[in-house]
Design a protein around this ligand. Structure first.
Ligand SMILES: *[C@@H]1O[C@H](CO)[C@@H](O)[C@H](O)[C@H]1NC(C)=O
Ligand SMILES: *[C@@H]1O[C@H](CO)[C@@H](O)[C@H](O)[C@H]1NC(C)=O
Ligand SMILES: *[C@@H]1O[C@H](CO)[C@@H](O)[C@H](O)[C@H]1NC(C)=O
Ligand SMILES: *[C@@H]1O[C@H](CO)[C@@H](O)[C@H](O)[C@H]1NC(C)=O
Ligand SMILES: *[C@@H]1O[C@H](CO)[C@@H](O)[C@H](O)[C@H]1NC(C)=O
Ligand SMILES: *[C@@H]1O[C@H](CO)[C@@H](O)[C@H](O)[C@H]1NC(C)=O
Ligand SMILES: *[C@@H]1O[C@H](CO)[C@@H](O)[C@H](O)[C@H]1NC(C)=O
Ligand SMILES: *[C@@H]1O[C@H](CO)[C@@H](O)[C@H](O)[C@H]1NC(C)=O
Ligand SMILES: *[C@@H]1O[C@H](CO)[C@@H](O)[C@H](O)[C@H]1NC(C)=O
Ligand SMILES: *[C@@H]1O[C@H](CO)[C@@H](O)[C@H](O)[C@H]1NC(C)=O
Ligand SMILES: *[C@@H]1O[C@H](CO)[C@@H](O)[C@H](O)[C@H]1NC(C)=O
Ligand SMILES: *[C@@H]1O[C@H](CO)[C@@H](O)[C@H](O)[C@H]1NC(C)=O
Length: 397
């Protein structure tokens, strides 16, 4: 290619760039700035490293001015001193290292053509900096190293900060979150309801937060052990659902959504893939369960999985649907969308939430199904057929 054709290419790109960006739905990208919760010190609510917790708020307007959507950020967990110390020096453990501006897309978008039902609500993204899904209450100090495990207090500090900003007289409200934030939604849903007016309509949505209590392929309880370490280190147990912990023989298990779910009183929507990539890689086939790395290709690219690997993945899907059977059958106030895509988190990205090529079940997008459930327009319990039948998926490769 000579210089001339490069200049022509540059010119073409320059002219068509806005169109290219527009075609991906990224034009009008909404960036929202960070609010540090100054009053958090009064509650001892700190990030792992002692920095102040934070959220990003974009105000509602028009008919949505009294409605509030709170969205927990996700980002895994830390379950021992070393992993929490590492985390405290990163954007997952300290607001010092976080982006001060966040993109609001998908369920957080302010544009009706990208987010038909929640675009005009007050929308809040709650930053994740405690490493225990906003549920710990402890502190580590050995003379040299200091770590705050104060997720529960961060949750409370943020709610108390938002109540006088209008949350306290909300007409409609929804608590949501993705991944570790989706798990936080299960843990805090009823507590959220308790802060809102009795006549408000309050519901909760978990995206990719239905982490299963499942053995890995070596038959070890890898995830159970991981959560046990986390619960002990961060002092989580007193903050779990009391009805659950007083019923179960092993109260720690109430950290798993499948055990806490029957005790949640607020209407709930579960959005999850039956082949959630995080669960596949960390619960079903963690590195410790596959020392000879037979699964490496399959993990990166599902079309490279062999028949026995696919059978194991189909078994995981069946176990997830079994854990959700009562939830599916019992109640009409709840909703679900369990699709069959190799993915993780589908409500925050525009492509998967609501776009021309978004995933669909029975021709309904995730945004339409969540909206139908929230506004009681229709029964919203969708279960996809098993992999590979769904051609609308955006598989991670
Ligand atoms: C950032 O957010 C604060 C509220 O925390 C607001 O007062 C301020 O005007 C915002 N700054 C910009 C540049 O938008
Ligand atoms: C919403 O997005 C559409 C399609 O990109 C655009 O035409 C419209 O101007 C946007 N509206 C607002 C309020 O940003
Ligand atoms: C405190 O804990 C850190 C991290 O585990 C360790 O590196 C350090 O040596 C400990 N300090 C003391 C005095 O035990
Ligand atoms: C909600 O959680 C806070 C702590 O974050 C606690 O003080 C309060 O009692 C809880 N409310 C209910 C109704 O459980
Ligand atoms: C912070 O706390 C003080 C004392 O409790 C209270 O008077 C003040 O209104 C609070 N400020 C905010 C922004 O919540
Ligand atoms: C709830 O009750 C308050 C006080 O009576 C009223 O101002 C508010 O509009 C009501 N909200 C809804 C959603 O009905
Ligand atoms: C997993 O289980 C095997 C036996 O099934 C055991 O030898 C191994 O130590 C376990 N690995 C881990 C990481 O727990
Ligand atoms: C659903 O119904 C079954 C049978 O009536 C009951 O045992 C179970 O606890 C219920 N589950 C939930 C989530 O309400
Ligand atoms: C939780 O326990 C309280 C107090 O015992 C009880 O009133 C409530 O009905 C229980 N909720 C559920 C969902 O079991
Ligand atoms: C995925 O694996 C299949 C089968 O092994 C292969 O044909 C394909 O090229 C791979 N795709 C990518 C993106 O690596
Ligand atoms: C699927 O829904 C779209 C609108 O979202 C509609 O245009 C299309 O006709 C529907 N397809 C089928 C097969 O119903
Ligand atoms: C409700 O859902 C059913 C099944 O998906 C569909 O056939 C019907 O058209 C929907 N009704 C409305 C009002 O959207």
């Amino acid at each position: 290619m000579n210089m001339n054709s490069i200049s022509v290419l540059k010119l073409v790109l320059f002219i068509f760039w806005p169109w290219l960006v527009n075609s991906k739905g990224e034009q009008n990208r909404l960036l929202v700035n960070m609010t540090l919760v100054q009053n958090a010190t009064a509650l001892g609510a700190y990030c792992l490293d002692g920095s102040l917790p934070a959220y990003h708020l974009h105000r509602g307007f028009g008919a949505g001015v009294d409605n509030w959507l709170l969205q927990f950020e996700g980002g895994g967990w830390c379950n021992d001193i070393k992993s929490c110390l590492d985390r405290s020096k990163s954007n997952h453990g300290s607001t010092r290292y976080m982006n001060k501006w966040e993109v609001f897309s998908g369920i957080l978008s302010n544009n009706a053509s990208f987010n038909p039902d929640f675009y005009n609500w007050n929308r809040v993204k709650i930053r994740y900096c405690d490493g225990a899904s906003f549920s710990g209450d402890a502190k580590f100090y050995n003379g040299t190293s200091l770590l705050y495990f104060r997720g529960q207090r961060i949750w409370q500090a943020i709610i108390l900060d938002l109540l006088p900003k209008g949350l306290g007289h909300a007409k409609k409200a929804m608590l949501s979150g993705c991944s570790a934030g989706g798990l936080a939604t299960f843990l805090h849903c009823d507590n959220f309801t308790s802060y809102l007016p009795n006549n408000a309509s309050v519901k909760c949505l978990s995206d990719a937060g239905f982490f299963l209590d499942e053995r890995d392929i070596a038959l070890n309880h890898t995830m159970r052990s991981f959560y046990e370490g986390l619960i002990t280190l961060q002092g989580v147990e007193p903050n779990l659902n009391l009805n659950c912990t007083s019923t179960l023989y092993y109260p720690h298990l109430c950290f798993f959504p499948q055990y806490a779910l029957p005790f949640i009183e607020t209407p709930f929507f579960i959005l999850n893939s039956a082949y959630d990539v995080y669960q596949f890689h960390h619960i079903l086939v963690p590195p410790s369960s596959d020392p000879r790395r037979h699964w490496d290709h399959c993990k990166l690219n599902v079309t490279a999985c062999d028949t026995s690997q696919l059978n194991i993945l189909q078994g995981f899907r069946i176990d997830m649907l079994t854990a959700l059977r009562d939830f599916y059958q019992n109640s009409t106030r709840d909703g679900m969308y369990i699709n069959s895509c190799f993915t993780h988190c589908q409500s925050e990205t525009q492509d998967t939430w609501f776009a021309a090529g978004s995933p669909r079940i029975h021709n309904k997008t995730i945004a339409e199904t969540v909206g139908d459930w929230y506004f009681s327009r229709n029964i919203s319990k969708e279960i996809d057929c098993a992999y590979p039948c769904d051609t609308t998926c955006h598989h991670m490769i």
